[in-house]
Design a protein around this ligand. Sequence first.
Ligand code: F6R
Length: 261
Amino acid sequence: MEVVPLADADEVAALAADVVEAVVRARPDAVLGLATGSTPLPAYGELIRRHRAGTGPSYDAVRCFTLDEYVGLPPGHPESYRATIARELTDPLGILPERVHGPDPAPDALPTAGARYEEAVAAAGGVDVQVLGIGSDGHLAFNEPGSSLASATRIKTLTDETRRDNARFFGSVDEVPRHVLTQGLGTILRARHLLLLATGAGKAAALAAAVEGPLTASCPASVLQLHPHATVLCDAEAAAGLARRAHYREVYEAKPAWQPL
Ligand code: F6R
């Protein structure tokens, strides 16, 4: 795992955008794995800014897969992850809606939604770069503590902590759905590159547990330790709990020019 401690959220956004653009330049029909939530928004904003400035790559041929989706929201709800990713990234980049996929939360199709999503990701050839955030309880996608490290896409029940964290997107915590469909930790591990973004003091404890703690289902994000190509971009506040943060910075500053993130 490569941990890159950066000064602030703007630096995290710029470097994350560099990574995503490099993947799309190398492979114009790349498969992008997209997290929602607040953390990736500055990076998505940077990708959009560069696209509008004409300096970004063409996104015409990319395919996108979101990590997760709420269950129980009316179709088209503005806080559904489908609507969110279209608004915050894929529409502004000009990616056609049919090239953007998410787990299907239609009530009558829920029993097969996980397996169908796994098949769709596999049929696309797998995810080239998976953008990730981390929950304050260490969750990854919506794999809450206790999730199997080998799990596949399936329905899950959110913890009260996550529902409280996400209440800011809804009128109140009572409006946050209790159930979600989420890629499993095993699904996420199959992506070729994991790019975890963490900003703010609220992520410091979870990030330290994920990066320097034991590999454990009690901290689902610790599954990154199993991946051969995992990159963590964090700001100073999120890095505050990392015992080896000075060393991670030294490693980054001494990174050979030929070795990309
Ligand atoms: C979102 C997702 C979640 C978030 C996590 C952090 O698709 O999978 O795991 O990444 O809840 O959320 P923010 O970034 O809002 O702090």
